[in-house]
Structure formats: structure tokens, C-alpha cells
Ligand binder design. Sequence first.
Ligand code: URA
Length: 258
Amino acid sequence: MESALDYWSAKALLEWQVELGATEALCEAPVNRYELEAAAPKVKEAQKPGMPPPAPPKPKPVDPVAEARKVAKSAPALPSLRQALADFRHCDLKMGARNLVFSDGQPGARVMVIGEAPGRDEDQQGKPFVGRAGQMLDRMLAAIDLSREQNVYITNVLPWRPPQNRDPLAEEIAVMVPFLERHVELAQPDILVLMGNISCQAVLGKRGISRLRGQWDQAWGKPVIPMFHPAYLLRQPEQKRAAWADLLELKARLGAPN
Ligand code: URA
């Protein structure tokens, strides 16, 4: 639409309004200020003098197993899983341990050995199976041409030493299982070897190693073979015959086409 005012008249009018005190240009359409106020975010009521400050919101109780699942699942690779464990705050065993014991051997190896928990030597060195039981494990593996230097990956159910080497509690195992499952997923072994009752409980949900040993089972989509724990074999050398049979079973499976 063409304006009725020419440029010079409009300019003169504007100057006149400024002279009268106008400081801003208004929109063509009116603005309802009441509506604007209703839409604006409410400012918090100021604390009244003499009143106690409002109580801080209560922290939500944490479910340690759910938290473990969340952080373990989001680890994209083994180093980040290790870091997630190091940062995990919902397992008290960590307080009494010197070191986090994550793994040893070859990630990606066909065989992954799962032990129970670090002992004193492992806690000191930050590596699984380095004490007497570890030497026994190395001899067992060597008997079927396996070694952690070449073709075995090793971890434990618990990454921290329990005080006085006590048995892990059911709750401690439950919190660590999501990390163990993710550990297996990322290490991608073909076969899991479960050493002793605690790893059978964590991975298979079963105990009774004398009955379970040497019997193939399945967990997390992988074949699993339970065996006597090397520390048990040190105490009960007469059981080495059974352990030897289980090692041969493992060797045969490794040699067989998948
Ligand atoms: N026993 C285990 O189960 N794991 C170790 O690392 C050492 C001893």
C-alpha cells in the first residue's frame, strides 16, 4: 500500500515525536502484556528472613547392578571397560584393594579363562593368576600347548581382592557379572573356561564344581567348560587326573571344526 505521507513530512513528524519524548517505535499490532507474564518462567520465591533454607532434594537410591549394567554396556572397547571398572563406586571391595586386577594374556584369543578373584600376589601386581595358583594354571595350559603369552586371555569374576581372601558375597558377584559379560563380549573368545565354583556361579548361575567339571555348557552364546580351580588342585593333587581329562576335552574342542 502506498503511504499518504511523503518522506519529508514523515521525517518531520518523527522528529516532532522524539522532541515530545518518544523513545521507542511500537509495533503495528498491540501486545497483551498480561499474556506475556503468564508465559514467562516463574522466578523462585525468595527465602523469607528467619525461615530455614529449603531441604536439598534427596539423592535417589542407586541400584548397583543396574548401574553396573549401564556403565559396562556403554564401554566400547576393553580399555574403556577397564576404566569403567576403575571409576565404579558401588563395590566396597575396591576400598580394601591395592590394585584393580583386570586381565592378562591375549585379548581376542580363542580361550578365555575366568577365575575367582585376586589373591595377595595378584592384588600387589595388578594381574590375575600370578601367585602359586597362577603358576599351576600356567602348567595346566602348557600341558595342552596353550599359554597366556600366546593364545589365552585371563580374567576373574572380581577385579578386587576380597579381605583376607574370603569368598565373594552373592551381592558382590551380582554387581560384577555385567562387567564380566561385557568383558567376554569385547574379548570375543570362542570358548570360556570357568575355574571353580565362583566363576560357575557368576557365569552359569550354578555351583557344584565336582558335578559340573568337564561338562560342556553354554553361556552368553559361547561354549563353556568348568574345571577344578588350580588352587584346589594344589590342595588336592589327587584331582589332577580329572583336571587332565578336562584339559584334553578342551584341546579336542579347539582342534574340532567350530
Ligand atoms: N585365584 C583366582 O581365582 N584368580 C587369581 O587371579 C588368583 C588366584
